[in-house]
Ligand binder design. Structure first.
Ligand SMILES: NC(=O)c1ccc[n+]([C@@H]2O[C@H](COP(=O)([O-])OP(=O)(O)OC[C@H]3O[C@@H](n4cnc5c(N)ncnc54)[C@H](O)[C@@H]3O)[C@@H](O)[C@H]2O)c1
Length: 327
């Protein structure tokens, strides 16, 4: 049996990635610190679903603690883990302005602890979740993997870029297999309650109003979570140091997202317009030509289909979801 360690396993993408690996017959070691970056009930729900499978082994560990992470790794023999996928991170862009230190502890020191231990324990492949935010307020039509990434607009983006730079040094020194994946606005069932697709869907179902920052004309390259986890899975097989974009390559405005959800719910969503915040960029779009060539990956789910699946999940889980704090 193959073994994979997924950090941030109780998070949105970590949950879906764990399910994918379990379906493929892997033993999944999931870790998460269940922090209160957003309503922890959602993280606990995801974990409660995963631990039903006997091949999912959960431990509550904080990757930013070198001591605790080392104690955790000491349970494994060398060569035991085929891959480490690091999804654990402080994630909200706006929140990173309020808690810069904690973002750096998880998003940079956490990566240092993990890559160091991955080397010591001869892990074959290390995959790091990075983000389209590293491209800053780019004016390119599609963000190419070699485009400018040294001018971030948020603490979150800066911390993610810093981790990319650190991993480059690790590769230069030790030639570990490292893949850096830049995800573009991920959405789907059991998503994040601090992101628009979740907030707007809950608002439509429960007839609440939404805050729209800026004009709503800002575009995002919304990417369905099943496509993202498929890309992560394929990336763990790569050798050497690789950088890839995982994005849909079809940016859609926030106003259009609202229209799609209104149509699905057959309800007008009441909006309150708010000024845009300095951390927000106007546009994101992934150039995925290198990804297609390197791992033969292309997104399969468009926004209408992905939001339909997401909407259905919200309806099926409406009773307990109503108690989730959105932010
Ligand atoms: N969702 C997106 O649109 C998106 C876009 C670009 C990049 N990413 C990246 O993908 C990864 C997963 O994102 P997500 O959307 O699933 O976010 P998420 O917040 O749902 O998941 C992250 C998980 O990591 C855990 N965590 C945070 N710090 C930790 C620490 N120090 N130790 C252990 N666990 C810790 C959290 O409790 C959470 O469950 C993140 O690295 C994020 O930066 C996400």
């Amino acid at each position: 049996m193959n073994n994979v360690l997924i950090t941030g396993a109780s998070g949105f993408i970590g949950y879906h990635l764990s399910l994918l690996y379990l379906r493929k017959g892997f033993k999944v070691f999931g870790i998460d610190n269940h922090n209160d970056g957003y309503d922890v009930k959602l993280k606990k729900w995801r974990n409660s679903q995963l631990i039903k499978n006997k091949n999912f082994i959960f431990s509550k560990v904080d990757i930013s603690s070198e001591k605790k992470l080392t104690t955790y790794f000491n349970n494994f023999k060398k060569n035991k883990l085929d891959a480490v996928v690091n999804l654990a991170a402080g994630t909200g862009v706006r929140k990173s302005t309020l808690f810069p230190n904690s973002y750096y502890e998880s998003n940079l020191m956490g990566v240092l602890n993990l890559i160091k231990l991955s080397r010591e324990f001869s892990v074959n492949s290390f995959v790091q979740a990075s983000t389209s935010s590293v491209y800053g307020d780019s004016k390119e039509k599609s963000f190419k993997i070699n485009s400018e990434t040294s001018k971030p607009d948020s603490i979150y983006a800066a911390s993610k870029k810093a981790s990319e730079v650190l991993l480059h040094a690790y590769y230069a020194l030790y030639s570990q297999n490292i893949t850096i994946l830049r995800f573009f606005t991920v959405y789907g069932p059991c998503g994040r309650p601090d992101m628009a697709p979740f907030i707007f869907t809950e608002a439509a179902i429960n007839e609440r109003s939404i805050n729209v920052f800026g004009t709503g004309k800002q575009k995002r390259d919304f990417t369905y979570v099943e496509d993202i986890v498929d890309g992560i899975y394929k990336s763990t097989k790569l050798k050497g140091l690789n950088y890839l974009n995982l994005g849909n390559n079809r940016p859609v405005s926030v106003n259009n997202l609202i229209k799609i959800i209104s149509k699905l719910s057959n309800k007008e969503i009441k909006r309150i317009d708010k000024p845009s915040t300095p951390e927000d960029v106007f546009y994101t779009s992934a150039d995925i030509s290198k990804t297609i060539k390197t791992i033969k990956w292309e997104p399969k789910i468009n926004l209408e289909e992905g939001m339909l699946r997401t909407y259905k999940w919200h309806i099926e889980n409406n009773k307990w979801l109503r108690k989730i704090q959105v932010s």
